[in-house]
Design a protein around this ligand. Structure first.
Ligand code: UFG
Length: 324
């Protein structure tokens, strides 16, 4: 029978792409989402249970009724700057969400979880690129909630043998190459969509948050990975857990390449043929100067490599969502 996977946050950006990849691999995603930020029309590959992951009874019921045997846990809040201004919202949703999920899973007898963690758990790393052994010293409430969730999973493994994988995403970007789903955040804070909005004339200019960082062009450097590559990694993580892989595994998911804000703006111009007006702006609180992944461990353990994460491909796949 097909494998049933509960996907919390499956109506969101990365979650919906993971559902598509699961369905393509022959599994059935069951989405649990409260639609606070997700979109019901992005749930296309299985049923939608409208519920909050903090509601442990709802998690238990969804697992039991749909006979799910493992979980992809995407649900959570993910605006770094908002977490600095309103930490309670992040502890409540992200840590509270993990509490609800673990309680629901325990009640339903489900012991396999793949968790959406983040490079934000590393804070400002002493050395680049970042490996999984790099000390995790987050500098924002958002990063701290993700680190606490990783630790909660490890504690449940120690106590009850919970099998789990924490996937530390670098910067998720792009959209489904077939155009079925894309990135729709409100407000949109991420760099590539904002650069596309500026190129499309839907925003006056791209604000560049900080031009005096200790980087070659003075702007922040990030590692962008295509959302479809991320989605594929989740299918691989489920396979790992279903094949009996255990323990507390944590893996970086990035392209291994660092690109500055200016380089992104230049790529958007090259790919779309439109100008991206830019405007220097103050630094954004909580932004480390440079984050790049060493993606080697996922390659060694799983043979996983990003395939669509060249920056031109990422921008090309995202552009149609902005009418470009
Ligand atoms: N940036 C701008 N102008 C913008 C938007 C972004 O200059 O209008 C800069 C940011 O300052 C940053 C870079 O572009 O240097 C990328 O910013 P994003 O907001 O696109 O993404 P982040 O690097 O802030 O990503 C972070 C964490 C992720 C986390 C994500 C959640 O690195 O782990 O926020 O939204 F998941």
């Amino acid at each position: 029978r097909d494998l049933r996977v509960l996907v919390t946050g499956g109506a969101g950006f990365i979650g919906s792409h993971a559902c598509k990849a699961l369905a393509a691999a022959g599994a059935r995603p069951v989405v649990l989402d409260d639609l606070s930020t997700g979109h019901a029309d992005a749930v296309r590959w299985g049923p939608l249970v409208r519920a909050d992951v903090r509601d442990r009874a709802a998690v238990r019921a969804a697992l039991t009724e749909h006979e799910a045997t493992c979980v992809l846990h995407f649900a959570g809040k993910a605006y770094v700057d908002e977490s600095v201004r309103d930490p309670a919202k992040y502890y409540d949703n992200n840590v509270g969400g993990m509490i609800g999920l673990l309680a629901g899973c325990t009640a339903a007898g489900v012991d396999r979880i793949v968790f959406s963690s983040s490079c934000a758990t590393y804070g400002v790393p002493e050395r680049l690129p970042i490996t999984e052994a790099t000390p995790q010293r987050p500098i924002t409430p958002y990063g701290r909630t993700k680190l606490i969730c990783e630790q909660m999973l490890r504690d449940h493994d120690d106590a009850h043998g919970l099998r789990h994988v924490s996937l530390r995403y670098f910067n998720a970007a792009g959209a489904d190459p077939e155009g079925e789903i894309g990135e729709r955040h409100d407000p949109e804070t991420h760099l590539i969509p904002r650069a596309l909005l500026a190129a499309a004339g839907q925003a006056p200019a791209l604000k560049v948050f900080g031009t005096d960082y200790p980087t070659p062009d003075g702007t922040c450097i990030r590692d962008y990975i295509h959302v479809s590559d991320l989605a594929r990694a989740h299918v691989r993580a489920i396979e790992h857990l279903m094949m009996g892989g255990g323990g507390s595994l944590a893996l970086n998911l990035g392209s291994g390449k660092g690109l500055s804000v200016h380089e992104i703006a230049a790529t958007v111009e090259a790919v779309t043929g439109r100008a991206v007006p830019v405007e220097a702006a103050p630094r954004r609180p909580g932004d480390p100067p440079e984050l790049t992944a060493d993606p080697g461990l996922a390659a060694r353990l799983w043979g996983f490599r990003s395939e669509r994460s060249g920056i031109a491909e990422i921008v090309r796949d995202a552009a149609p969502w902005f009418g470009l």
